[in-house]
Ligand binder design. Sequence first.
Ligand SMILES: [Mn+2]
Length: 318
Amino acid sequence: MIPSILEAIERNHTFLVTTHENPDGDAVGSSLGLAQFLRNAGKEVTVHFKDPAPELYQFLPRIDQVLHIVPDRPYDVCFVLDVGEFRRAGEAITSCTTIGSFINIDHHITRDLFGAINYIDTGAAATGILIYRIIKASGQTLDRDTALSLYTAILTDTGSFRYSNSNPEAFAVAGQLIAVGLDAWYVTERLYESQPAERLKLLAEALGTLVVSPRGDVASVTVTLDMYGRTGGTTELTDGFVNYPRSIKGVEVAIFFREMEPGLFKVGFRSKGKISVATLAALFGGGGHHNAAGCNVAGSIDEVRHQVLHRVYEALAV
Ligand SMILES: [Mn+2]
């Protein structure tokens, strides 16, 4: 697959690079890393994110040049990274008629092979790893900006090398990226030691809602709309809250209920491995990985909790 991607890069001149809605560290880092590689190869590149990247990633090089609308002009090739399903790239991309062809690069379990080329490897810890493989195969030397973006992609998608996807390749590639001259502490400080105080105030409220099941294997926290007003926090700051219920000893499934609008909740699941939360989320029209997934559920908080917990207990009982 990599040779055909390199050939497509060689043969074409104008590129659009895009990723999924609400981009995470892997989405942002792999997009910026690939764009930098294309630019270094003398190509014309536009990076597009449907939604703005979280404040957290604003230190990444050239993130200020990312567009949130798809320019009305032709592109030879559009790279779509880390999406899982094409529709997560947003309608402006999926319905765009001025794009020559799509190249799909992903590490999610997916059957949506929408690209002219589909480079899917579920064994890769991050999409950033797949971009690294492409750059490596091209023979181009990695520059510091590319390394910084790819390192951020890998660090965030592996939970700082704590998740089970932290395979030998993830460590090896990270080592190669650090060897380019990155300062690991600089990245750590930007990602993990720069929290706004509002996030901790919001977290305090969320932890106040902690519920653990009688058997101790399911734990959840909730953020409701009124909490934002009280703390000055925003939705974006709730990123990672689900890790707190998950960190409890004996918990197999952690759930984060986040009210998006009155009567509509985003439900985030984390599993420690025993059951697939992707399957659980799919019951509500959502999706994801074995260990991390999500869906939207309508109803009051009590209704939503009841419906979701019922399914989780059912899954754990098997
Ligand atoms: Mn990813």
